[in-house]
Design a protein around this ligand. Sequence first.
Ligand code: GDP
Ligand code: MG
Length: 653
Amino acid sequence: MCHIEQEIRNIGILAHVDAGKTSLTEQLLYLCGATRSLGNVDEGTAQTDWLSVERRRGISVKAASARLEYQNTVINLIDTPGHVDFVGEVERSLSVLDGAVLVLSSMKGVQAHTELIWQALRRLELPVLLVVNKLDRPGCRVAEVVAQIKEELSDQLLLLQSAELEGCEACVVHHHRLSEPAFREDALLAAASWDETLAQRYLDGEDISDQALAQALRKGAWAGRIFPVLFTSAKLGVGIQELLEAILAYLPPARTDTSGPLSGVVYKVEHDPVMGKAAHVRLFGGSLHARDAVTLFGKTEPEKITQIRRFSGKRGTDTGSLSSGDIGALYGLTSVKTGDVLGSQALSRSCRLTVPLLMVQVFPEQEESLVSLMEALRELCEEDPLLNLSWNKEERELYIQITGRIQLEVLEDLLWERYHLRAYFSDPSVIYKETPTHSGVGFESYTMPKPCWAVVKLAIEPLPRGSGIVYQSAIKENELFYRYQNHVETSVYETLKQGIYGWEVVDAKITLIGGQHHTVHTHPLDFFVATPMAVLKGLTDCGSTLLEPLVQVRLSAQEDCLGRVIRDILHMRGTFDAPVLHRESFTLEATLPVATSLDYPAQFRSLTSGKGLYSSRFAGYQECPLELGATTKRRGCDPLDRSRWILHMRSAL
Ligand code: GDP
Ligand code: MG
């Protein structure tokens, strides 16, 4: 095996859909000689858009990696989907990156999805290069976009280049050098704004060498405190070499810790008809070899790796091993699913960008194909756990959760292409949640019919939006054995998946304030019978408030549509900020309930004759009057139907 130590950089290419991520990836691959011909998204030949749905639709659906080598450095580029429906895929990719290239279109500037990604990148403190692409497009607004970035994303920018002759095919980028006085001044200010010693030296009028300055800029970028800005035309191949060099200079190499303990995260799972399941992992520590046995975090049985491959687009090569810092695909792990962790959990980071907002029922074309459909969906669920497949045994109903309509269309395509299955979907219904209206108590004394003994008393309190569920116990072992207290805790979490209205309960604090077992009568699993009854009685005592999901949208269009758009927003129970007027157009930020705005993107498109810009992102949950929302059918037996529940649980346990 060859052993020249190469540096590795795992870089994500992120953007709102259509900014040019896939085209830029293609140009970078071509420049480094990783591909012999230049692929094209519009012709369906890009390396990283290789699923047939992607080629047909011209959008990326899955994160795909491409490997290139430049100046003795390996760059793993991860091209991510930009459509809001696939943001779950972006979320998973973020956990494996050392740095990011955030692409903006010179036509559209900062879009809602750009902001969402930016916030996630900042929360993870990842270093970022900002790229303004489509420099060649007539009517591009390069200066405006830079001003907008400064205003809406960060003022810690460093413009590495200036664009010339933008808006036509003759466009070029001029890459600044530190010998240019104006750039040197900008660079000094950028470096001084985060490096205090350099700032002091600057103030003292000391000479700062180019080398020291370059070093300070690099460190600032690596620390996620200075954001270099570049210009490109992915269509014409302008600015690509400069981008590659900026990746090497301003995005940090992966830290490698090959001798440390094994630590990795599975960011993507694929099912290959020939090779079987592939788990794409990033290793943070340790190393892996084919035939190694690994135990996934939270599991007990080790599984054997049969093969390790390295991927570039669709092509994989057998490498036999994978070491810390690198990404690759592992075969042979039969139980693995996306998001799983190898070894210790400590080193991976993740960041929630969305939750599934919609639920749809899935119907097979014929009743006979129900089992194969379930099997196929189960496989797709291992690839994308957010799908959250559920099977209601009593009613023989199959449900999945999704983020939007495009995702559903893609799913339909995938089912057909991969499994030759046709499925029908119900109209999507919004996933509501519920929360206690005020504090209350739930008490259950399950002591009849003997033999049984489990007494549970819970205090329930509402918590602020976004708090989730907090559980604690206020009683000691001598009141209730810890073993039983653990049963109560497990059962509380399980029961809260369906509240009074049938939706998941969130933003509540549950405290175990009383309990009793009986040394003779208590059957080992009695607390699993009693706790759900106590929880639901408690929730009834508190009253339940419905919560509905919201999206934050940004709309831009011609000024003459403004009145109509505002009326529409009010009609959808939305709220909005003061519109920003610019030339003959306006931009408006609004918050809309998902339930009322599902079809608005299409309406807005026709209202603005296709010229308006519409982008949206998840913006949390808010209270909603019951009459404007919906309840959902309870799955399984209702713990409030006491005697049926007890009978049901006793036979089940
Ligand atoms: P992605 O959705 O971010 O992956 O964007 P794609 O790479 O698929 O590009 C979206 C569309 O923009 C395609 O039609 C590309 O041909 C086009 N495009 C990408 N980069 C450029 C560019 O620099 N200039 C022009 N004029 N078009 C571009
Ligand atoms: Mg793409």
